[in-house]
Design a binder for this molecule. Structure first.
Ligand code: NAP
Length: 250
């Protein structure tokens, strides 16, 4: 039976690259997106072209009712869940700590942290051997900002990803006996549109000299790490926070 991977935020950036690589490695793939249906449909078409099943579902990770609806749609569409990439995330506008508006802080935490927590609960309900599931893998999307703090531009985001690291460690311990491995990736500066949404489209160009490898990474390089963590080759790995940063943050 073909395995199913669910990827939140699979319409663009790292999620889209992971969706394409997962299909190439033999998974059927469900993706969620927030607003960009055209991009989501293009990812689905690419997966179909590889001969795999795919489904795109609109769901705002900041809304618990949308998360519940997303997982129900996956149940209806595929009837299984083997790997969950808890990827969707946002950044607010870049600002110094004291200038970050409360509404921005609340939204970043609602999507990146509470949304990921609730989605991991839904995945666990379906995968846990204690609850009648067949086991599975969760990969959470952290960031090197969890370690570096997001100083001077995104402390709200750094906080939200620090929570993801704690969640990953807690779930790795709690779910190890229920057939679920839980790991995270911590990317550094990756070439996606997220930097423009912070209001800093040239962010990688500005900061790449701080990266030991002197360049930003590609979404595909992060996707490779995610697929490895999901694979049987990583069968003894749980609670790992895998940095994909070209050396930034070490
Ligand atoms: P991106 O190119 O901006 O793509 C974001 C994806 O998330 C899109 O599919 C988007 O859907 C979806 N999304 C946005 N808001 C959402 C919401 N409220 N609910 C559900 N989905 C939502 O970003 P990316 O760089 O690939 O980032 C993906 C993840 O990697 C994020 O968690 C980010 O924090 C993390 N990360 C990125 C970097 C980096 O340098 N790029 C580094 C470290 C960590 P639409 O297409 O519908 O908008």
């Amino acid at each position: 039976m073909t395995k199913l991977m669910l990827i939140t935020g699979g319409s663009r950036g790292i999620g889209a690259a992971t969706a394409r690589l997962a299909a190439a490695r033999g998974y059927d793939v469900a993706i969620s997106y927030a607003v960009n249906q055209e991009a989501a449909d293009a990812v689905v078409a690419g997966i179909h072209a590889l001969g795999r099943k795919a489904l795109a579902i609109e769901a705002d990770m900041g809304k618990p009712e949308d998360i519940a609806r997303l997982f129900k749609a996956v149940d209806a569409g595929f009837g299984r869940l083997d790997a969950f990439f808890n990827n969707a995330g946002i950044v607010g506008k870049a600002a110094r700590f004291v200038d970050i508006p409360l509404a921005q802080l609340q939204r970043v935490l609602a999507v990146n942290t509470a949304g990921a927590f609730i989605a991991a609960q839904e995945a666990t309900r379906r995968m846990s051997t204690r609850l009648g599931g067949k086991g599975g893998v969760i990969v959470n999307m952290s960031s090197i900002a969890a370690k570096m703090g997001g100083a001077n531009e995104a402390t709200d985001y750094g906080l939200s990803k620090g929570g993801i690291d704690s969640l990953t460690i807690g779930l790795a311990k709690e779910l190890a006996g229920e057939g679920i491995r839980v790991n995270a990736v911590r990317p550094g500066l990756i070439h996606t549109e997220i930097h423009a949404s912070m209001g800093v489209p040239d962010r990688i160009e500005r900061f790449k000299t701080l990266v030991p490898m002197q360049r930003g990474g590609t979404p595909e390089e992060v996707a490779e790490a995610v697929l490895w963590l999901c694979s049987d080759q990583a069968s003894y790995c749980t609670g790992v926070l895998l940095e994909v940063t070209g050396g930034r943050g070490i």
